[in-house]
Design a binder for this molecule. Structure first.
Ligand code: IPE
Ligand code: IPE
Ligand code: MG
Length: 247
């Protein structure tokens, strides 16, 4: 493969980790790290548009993050609400389709309303799909998909034996989106922390020690460069792939 013909990822999924440690390094409260994290999101979204990436999924708040001190949780909620309010017009102007995935029922009515408005304003946009995972858990996603399918079986609209992988994929919160090609986790931990479990069965993983607020366009380029040099075999052999690309 020539350098130019190497595929770019269509869908990048990121665990934006390390905000708290970034703040600690600068002797600031953790919250300042989250604020700096929002700035980093802006820069990465801009760069994804420049690179013509189709989907960017960002893990903003996990279903386990409620376990944090209540003060931090409420500050995170406020920040999320504020960021949506301040950014949605700009996202819309940039033809970005915003989607929020997760169990949204746990959010305050005002945040739920803000989410609904932001999604409907941008739903017909055709540029980057920005998929924000909030109160999201990969296991929650599988459970809600299974519940939806079970209801169809119970109603007699579906035979249990007809349940397929495709049907489960289509029932997940990410249904209409392609699966992530590249997964990035900043902040040095090498774990999935209940992010897109089903969807990342064949995703390429990239871990970096860079803390999220320091993750910039150059850092994203580095992750993509690593991706483009990998051979995605999906169970096949290297020789088979070679034959297919020669044909
Ligand atoms: C990620 O940064 C942001 C959220 C989980 C909301 P952290 O807050 O986990 O930062 P560290 O891991 O403590 O440095
Ligand atoms: C994962 O980060 C969730 C988000 C980035 C929103 P955490 O920092 O909460 O992950 P763990 O719990 O340390 O694995
Ligand atoms: Mg963390």
């Amino acid at each position: 493969m020539t350098e130019e013909s190497r595929p770019v990822p269509q869908h990048i999924a990121i665990i934006m980790d390390g905000n708290g440690r970034w703040a600690k390094q600068q002797n600031m409260p953790r919250f300042m790290g989250h604020r700096a994290g929002v700035k980093a999101v802006e820069a990465i979204v801009k760069h994804c548009i420049e690179l013509d990436i189709k989907v960017l999924s960002l893990f903003a708040f996990s279903s386990e993050n409620w376990r944090r001190p209540s003060k931090e949780v409420s500050l995170l909620m406020e920040l999320f609400n504020l960021a949506l309010k301040q950014q949605v017009k700009r996202l819309h102007k940039n033809n970005i389709r915003l989607r929020i995935i997760g169990d949204l029922t746990k959010f305050s009515p005002s945040l739920q309303k803000q989410i609904q408005q932001s999604q409907s304003l941008t739903e017909n946009n055709t540029g980057l799909t920005l998929n924000i995972a909030a109160n999201y858990g990969g296991r929650w996603d599988v459970v809600q998909a299974v519940q939806a399918i079970a209801k169809k079986v119970k109603a007699g609209d579906l035979d249990a034996d007809a349940i397929s992988e495709q049907m489960i994929s289509d029932s997940l919160a990410t249904a209409i989106l392609p699966e992530p090609d590249l997964f990035i986790r900043t902040g040095g931990e090498q774990r999935v922390s209940n992010f897109l479990l089903w969807q990342m069965a064949y995703t390429e993983f990239f871990f970096t020690n860079t803390l999220w607020p320091d993750f910039d366009a150059m850092a994203l380029d580095e992750a993509i460069a690593s991706f483009t040099h990998r051979e995605r075999r999906f169970g096949q052999t290297s020789e088979q792939l070679q034959e297919q690309s020669d044909a």
